[in-house]
Write a protein that binds this ligand. Structure first.
Ligand SMILES: [Fe+2]
Ligand SMILES: [Fe+2]
Length: 166
């Protein structure tokens, strides 16, 4: 890792946190796409569209931003796709069996976003005042995940909102 860019950050923790976030982005992107192509019933079209939009953002914006940072820090990206699951910090919450349980699919995604939000807060705290490039990255990604969470919450039915709070 190039020390000139990063002072006083625990290098191992930094690369682990970035690799975990990279894996989380891939998993979220995959599961959002799966959700878009699985959910059924009333308003599922509109909600599927939102899931595809967020999947695209995870896979084509967030994952590449993190990959670029890892490359700058000379940390290799995982070559074995299976290791993404192992590296992931959030994995993915349990999915409903029923494709008509749209609230259930939304709640799983909201929980995934909340895990990502915690992860980027931790990354921000780890790098704050020490590694401004990663600090900024964490801040940008955090803002996007907060927006994703809000968008998903806004798609819940009234019943779903109660389930989320339960
Ligand atoms: Fe993301
Ligand atoms: Fe997200």
């Amino acid at each position: 890792m190039r020390k000139e860019f990063v002072k006083a950050v625990d290098e191992k923790r930094l690369s682990q946190a970035l690799l975990a976030a990279y894996a989380d982005e891939w998993l979220a992107g995959y599961y959002y796409m799966l959700t878009a192509h699985t959910i059924m019933g009333h308003v599922s079209g509109e909600i599927a569209e939102n899931f595809m939009k967020e999947a695209k953002e995870e896979l084509t914006k967030h994952a590449p931003m993190i990959a670029e940072r890892l490359q700058s820090l000379e940390v290799e990206l995982p070559r074995d796709f299976r290791s993404l699951w192992e590296m992931s910090r959030c994995k993915y919450p349990e999915l409903p069996q029923d494709p008509y349980d749209i609230d259930g699919w939304l709640i799983a995604a909201i929980k995934a976003e909340e895990c990502a939000i915690d992860g980027y807060k931790e990354l921000y705290e780890l790098t704050h005042g020490k590694d401004p490039v990663t600090e900024n990255l964490a801040k940008d990604l955090l803002a996007d995940e907060v927006r994703h969470r809000t968008e998903l919450i806004n798609l819940l039915s009234k019943e779903g909102t109660k389930r989320l709070l339960a």
